[in-house]
Design a protein. Structure first.
Lengths: 170, 418
């Protein structure tokens, strides 16, 4: 996973729930491409096609609330979105994003400052988001968990532990 | 300084003598629940080449969403889950006939006070009705716990909610929760643990406590608890031996982030309006709204007590001819009890349709809504498109409000019938 992510943002409001991100009828899929085709479909109005012109999602409070469905994070990845910045995340989405290798950033100040179509630059290692020359800082995800994200998700992390014959029993 | 229930359980399950909010620990759950999502966790395991579980006895599998299978794909997925259970000798395996995972596991005595339970469902918070720490995780993380026995967890801050007084006639735990979620918001308790106390909490049956801890999820909680008491012990009697569990209580001087007090007597029947649970209103502001369908189901409100509440109102009456009333009992045990007591007959004679137990229409299985249709539901979510068309609407209410509304064909105040 890249440590620096730059791109054009699309902006959502508060409380975007995981039923909106990917409807229950598509949970028969686990493949990112397949899920990406139906992401945000419930919003109608040109979704998800119009999101393909953006690189990063920015949202208000409580992004990913509701169902614990992991495919909410997978579907966003499947859309080609490289990261999600929100004022806050629901805890299940936060975990699922890390476990799916989707970088997430909690940064309320940036959310307030940014407009749809703006270009931002996220430096995950430094813990900063840059918008128009101004740096916004955010609290990096816990050190002990960062390795999962860096390896691209929990499945890859488990596999690497298996191969190292460490604490994953064969 | 004293400790809260979540702090004590997470300390015990991570081998720490004590933990504090914000601390990250490696915790070892006593039970890992996976429902219809089991095939996904099994495929992750296969993909990474793992073949050995940490402890097969800690797994519980219940096929509850979209069951029985409605397409070949669902059938194939269920086959993967079933084969996995057989291959690894999972004793706590429940097939499509059993009902909703949460209710099935509690009925079977697998949910113990003081336990740490994770599962592929956000409403695992319901296990707090018996004093267990339950919380939802994704399917890959379930695979991880299957293999390693553990997961990282952040110790949450705790809110204390003191419930005083008693409900008026016609007002129930569901109304309390729609009120609370409306007041605190969908993220009012994000990442937090909640503990319920007070005379009002003590007077609640375990069934009502299940509704409260289930709906607590809709304000973002990580977990929610009723401290185990005589009602808990009564529920567990005959399900699990007393010497098999150790209830966990908060210390008298435990540190709470916030303490809220509520008078149950002041709660009115409430309705959550489309398309967010936090969009809840007193019945007076919503009554008269036309409904096409009424769904009495879900892990929030399809327990035996819920069916009884609805049947008392529907007894000897007929539902409005323009309303479809779908009743999906939470579990086979509940269905059997309702059959033996005549509750099912009352519901059927009033004009209802009874389906097989499980998640049913709440998970988009049957009872699908067309463009412009309105469903009043006893479930826990009214998100756009959750039950079908994204141009349909879902309102949430108690089983009593549901029964009264099914009779009139419009959202109605249940107090007329008590």
């Amino acid at each position: 996973m890249e440590s620096v992510i730059q791109g054009k943002i699309f902006k959502f409001g508060d409380n975007v729930n995981s039923d909106i991100i990917i409807a229950g009828r598509y949970l028969i899929h686990i493949d990112p491409e397949e899920l990406g085709q139906h992401a945000f479909e419930m919003l109608g109005d040109g979704y998800p096609a119009k999101l393909r012109n953006f690189d990063i999602l920015v949202a208000g409070r409580n992004f990913g609330c509701g169902s614990a469905r992991e495919q909410a994070a997978t579907a966003i990845k499947g859309l080609g979105i490289k990261a999600v910045v929100a004022a806050s995340f629901a805890r299940t989405f936060y975990r699922n994003a890390i476990n799916d290798g989707l970088p997430i950033v909690e940064c309320p100040a940036l959310v307030e400052a940014v407009q749809e179509g703006d270009i931002i630059r996220i430096d995950l290692a430094a813990g900063t988001v840059n918008l128009g020359g101004k740096d916004f800082t955010f609290q990096k995800i816990p050190e002990s968990v960062r390795k999962i994200l860096e390896l691209g998700g929990l499945a890859a992390y488990l596999k690497s532990h298996l191969e190292a014959q460490s604490d994953v029993p064969r | 300084m004293g400790k809260t229930i979540a702090e004590k359980i997470l300390a015990a399950k991570s081998g720490n003598s004590s933990v504090t909010p914000g601390q990250i620990v490696d915790a070892y759950p006593d039970l890992v629940m996976s429902h219809t999502a089991t095939w996904r966790s099994a495929s992750v395991m296969k993909r990474i080449g793992a073949t050995k579980l940490y402890d097969p006895d800690r797994l519980a599998i219940v096929l509850d969403h979209i069951s029985p299978a409605k397409t070949e794909k669902y059938a194939a997925d269920q086959l993967v889950s079933r084969s996995f259970a057989r291959e690894f000798g999972i004793q706590k395996f429940y097939d499509i006939d059993a009902g909703i995972a949460h209710l099935v596991l509690m009925e079977a005595g697998h949910v113990l006070p003081g336990a740490l339970i994770v599962g592929t469902d956000s409403h695992c918070t319901i296990y707090g009705s018996l004093g267990a720490l339950g919380t939802g995780i994704g399917y890959t993380e379930v695979t991880s716990v299957w293999l390693t026995g553990k997961l990282w967890m952040k110790v949450p801050e705790t809110l204390k909610i003191v419930l005083n007084g008693r409900f008026e006639q016609g007002v129930f735990a569901k109304d309390l929760m729609l009120h609370l979620i409306g007041t605190l918001g969908a993220d009012g308790c994000n990442y937090k643990s909640v503990e319920y106390y007070g005379g009002g909490a003590e007077s609640m049956s375990v069934s009502e406590r299940m509704t409260v801890t289930n709906l607590s999820m809709e304000m973002g909680v990580k977990c929610a608890f009723f401290p185990p008491d005589v009602n808990t012990a009564q529920y567990l009697e005959g399900r699990i031996a007393k010497n098999k569990y150790e209830p966990v209580f908060a210390d008298p001087d435990a540190e709470y982030e916030k303490v809220l007090e509520l008078d149950l007597a002041k709660i009115e029947p409430m309705v959550a309006c489309p398309h967010e649970v936090q969009n809840s209103k007193p019945i007076g502001e919503v009554k008269g709204t036309h409904i096409d369908q009424a769904f009495l189901g879900s892990c929030a409100n399809a327990k035996y007590e819920d069916l009884v509440v609805a049947s008392k109102i529907l007894n000897g009456r007929k539902i409005h001819p323009d309303v479809r009333l779908i009743i999906t009992p939470g579990s086979k045990k509940i269905m059997l009890e309702a059959m033996q007591s005549g509750v099912l007959q009352t519901l059927l004679e009033a004009g209802g349709l009874v389906t097989n137990p499980g998640c049913g229409a709440c998970a988009g299985d049957g009872g699908t809504l067309a463009d412009g249709e309105v469903c009043l539901s006893t479930a826990n979510r009214n998100f756009v498109g959750r039950m079908g068309s994204n141009k349909s609407s879902i309102y949430l209410a108690s089983p009593a409000t549901l029964a009264a509304s099914a009779i009139h064909g419009v959202i109605s105040d249940p107090r007329e019938f008590v």
